[in-house]
Ligand binder design. Structure first.
Ligand SMILES: [Zn+2]
Length: 695
């Protein structure tokens, strides 16, 4: 039962700076894990301890600014990687842990929200009770599957599955209409896979073949733990693999999914019924509680055509087996008996991500509570941890960066005056959201019962899915947030045309009020610039200021833009991530454009701020750096850390962000101002003759 929004087609371009995407299963961990975590301290906005002065900043700036990080902060055994952002996450997790331990103490004085977060957390922590219950709480779900004796009954079951977070065969949810952002519509998309994305089923290199073998063994192991005899479990796992491979073959790859036009096909419900008549769509919408719909987005029509042949050709016995698998796969590990929880971790945590050890249970329970009741927990968190001064300072920074972009647009030689006017019109309509929502989500209709682990998890997902689906046909709530307040991350949403900075990311070193001003611009300034630039990257630029997918570019300017971004595609294609695995310049283009534009905007804003304050940006400071150097060092230290090799592979194959080293080196080498500040010579790696410059 996933806690995320029910559909994957949504185009929110997040910064996702510090962790690669986690599958629900990968978030799980065995309760046997020891708690290895010592208290974590935040680090300052410019941390000289991390600098490796034996490295030459002109050869490899990432190693210069972060070379000592791994020695000071080796990857903890319960993590697939570690870095600057992970320190902030660990720190935030401790704060949430304290809050939840207090809320977990049953007392009459708890507010309704405190009761919910406290009991959700306490139930998760009670491993003994969860183990003692075994698979019994899931029995009603298994009974539903066993009762499936006719494919006509499938509609009802799939609708129920979508509500509780099991995306068997496909995904269903709500989105803003790409071409009319005032409308909220229903959307169906590809789905139904167990591996991270479609190419995992199709690649033929040895590492991918090995992962598939391990996956089939994992599926078999889970089926055995559900009670199937050994031989049957092995055969069933093969059949599930065949079925998921067939789904993968009609799915779009992740690079194509970044193209809004490839995932936008408005159809009538009758047209959808023509593609997949095996599903009674009218019944499906009714059963999910969807408000009346006449048309919807069928993100990938070929998928639904392929789904029809698959449902026709697959026997009922195999469908039941696949549904049992999808159910157990989507059920959070912390609600399961220990053997299943351990097995989920063995494949998704250990084999796929290289993590030696499961996270301590309290960490998993903090994350689970944030996922289920994020704004209830966030409200308590913000009151304790997010001073109004941080909000005010961030807002000032955001305005500085927006002003820098306004000026920057005037200097672009490749853009015509006509398109410039429209770019500025879009920029001026970007909404800034900082810290937490103005209006908190109402959880009063969600029941959390102490001791009912599966029920709580399932009801929380169903509550969220009902909340999403209820938006269909309603006006858009522009105050809504897609991340919870303690989240250490940020995002741009092209349909909303807004930039969002949760309270979690507004902490040291990312926002450190005690650091030199230059360092603050290098850290949070670059992150603000990154999100703002997403509105103008290869994906965001296709949306206008109202959030509509509409072409506001002259043909020549569009061609120039593509030529400029092509430079970045080639640059990042040239970077080697691990062994023989290269960065995918096309998949990461939007993020790379945002990184490059973000740093430039932050730099311009930093210079304007220094001018305002009469600061000489070339004068050496007490820390040995000039303010310009401080700016770049702080920027580089956003991305300190490293990942285990398995995690690097996973990231390169699934994540639109470049590996951290290239988020530093790939960007500074496009800024001659960097080379000048560090006395680099033209032709050195960080000062190439062919720098790329989009924004
Ligand atoms: Zn981003």
């Amino acid at each position: 039962m996933r806690t995320s929004a029910p559909i994957a087609v949504l185009l929110a371009s997040t910064l996702l700076p510090f962790a690669a995407t986690h599958s629900a299963a990968a978030q799980t961990a065995s309760s046997a894990a020891a708690d290895t975590s010592a208290p974590v301290q935040l680090i300052p906005g410019l941390d000289k301890r991390l600098i490796d002065s034996s490295a030459n900043p002109c050869d490899d700036f990432a190693t210069y600014v972060c070379g000592n990080f791994d020695k000071l902060y080796p990857i903890p055994p319960d993590k697939p990687g570690y870095g600057t952002g992970a320190i902030v996450q660990d720190y935030t997790q401790q704060v949430l842990h304290d809050l939840l331990e207090k809320a977990a103490v049953a007392s009459a004085s708890r507010t309704p929200n405190e009761q919910k977060i406290g009991d959700y957390y306490a139930t998760c922590m009670d491993a003994d009770a969860i183990y003692a219950a075994g698979l019994k709480p899931l029995q009603p779900e298994f009974d539903r599957i066993a009762a499936l004796t006719d494919k006509k009954q499938l509609t009802d079951l799939l609708a129920h599955y979508q509500l509780i977070g099991v995306s068997a065969f496909f995904s269903y949810g709500e989105q803003q209409d790409f071409k009319d952002a005032r409308k909220q519509i229903a959307a169906v998309d590809q789905g139904g896979l167990g591996l991270p994305e479609r190419d995992y089923y199709l690649r033929t290199d040895p590492a991918s073949v090995k992962t598939r073998d391990e996956y089939v063994q994992h599926v078999a192991a889970m089926l055995r733990l559900l009670g199937e005899p050994e031989a049957q479990a092995s055969g069933d796992a093969q059949k599930i693999m065949q079925l998921e491979t067939a789904l993968a073959k009609v799915s779009l790859d992740i690079t194509s999914q970044r193209d809004p036009n490839k995932v936008y096909h408005i159809m009538t419900t009758a047209q959808l019924a023509g593609l997949t008549p095996a599903i009674d769509w009218a019944g499906f919408f009714a059963r999910t509680g969807t408000p009346p719909v006449s048309d919807l987005n069928v993100a990938n029509p070929d998928f639904f055509k392929g789904l029809q042949s698959l449902l026709d050709s697959t026997d009922l016995q195999t469908i039941r087996t696949y549904l049992r698998w999808q159910l157990i796969h989507s059920t959070p590990g912390w609600t399961l008996p220990q053997a299943l929880d351990d097995e989920q971790f063995r494949f998704f945590g250990h084999q796929l991500r290289g993590q030696p050890q499961q996270r301590a249970r309290w960490k998993r329970c903090v994350a689970a509570t944030d996922g289920a009741l994020g704004e209830a927990l966030g409200q308590v968190y913000v009151a304790k941890q997010f001073p109004p001064s941080s909000k005010a300072a961030t807002l000032q920074m955001v305005h500085d960066i927006e002003n820098a972009m306004d000026r920057e647009i005037d200097t672009l030689t490749w853009m015509s005056p006509e398109t410039r006017v429209k770019a500025k019109a879009k920029l001026h309509r970007v909404a800034d959201k900082i810290g937490y929502p103005d209006r908190w989500r109402d959880y009063s209709k969600l029941t959390i019962v102490r001791g009912d682990a599966i029920g709580n998890a399932s009801r929380a997902v169903e509550f969220e899915n009902h909340r999403q689906l209820a938006k269909i046909g309603q006006p858009v709530d522009r105050g809504e947030w897609g991340m919870t307040p303690p989240t250490v991350n940020a995002y741009y949403d092209p349909s909303m045309n807004d930039i969002n900075f949760p309270a979690g990311i507004l902490q040291a070193p990312l926002y450190d009020p005690h650091a030199p001003d230059a360092a603050v611009y290098g850290h949070i300034g670059a992150i603000v610039g990154h999100e703002l630039t997403h509105g103008f990257d290869d994906e965001g630029r296709q949306f206008d200021g109202s959030g509509n997918l509409s072409d506001w570019w002259t043909p020549d300017d569009a061609k120039n833009f593509e030529a400029m971004t092509d430079c970045e595609v080639k640059e990042y294609d040239g970077f080697t991530a691990v062994d023989d695995l290269k960065v995918n310049g096309k998949l990461t283009l939007g993020e790379n454009t945002a990184d490059n534009g973000g740093l430039r905007l932050a730099y311009e804003a930093f210079l304007a701020d220094a001018k305002r304050k009469n600061i000489d940006v070339t004068a050496k400071q007490a820390d040995g750096y000039t303010p310009i150097q401080e700016f770049f060092v702080a920027y580089g230290q956003n991305w300190c850390g490293s990942l285990r090799p398995q995690q690097v592979r996973l990231q390169v194959q699934t994540d639109p962000h470049s590996p951290r080293q290239f988020r530093v080196d790939g960007v500074v080498q496009n800024m001659p101002e960097f080379g000048h500040a560090f006395g680099c010579k033209s032709g050195q790696p960080m000062m190439p003759v062919n720098a790329c410059h989009v924004w």
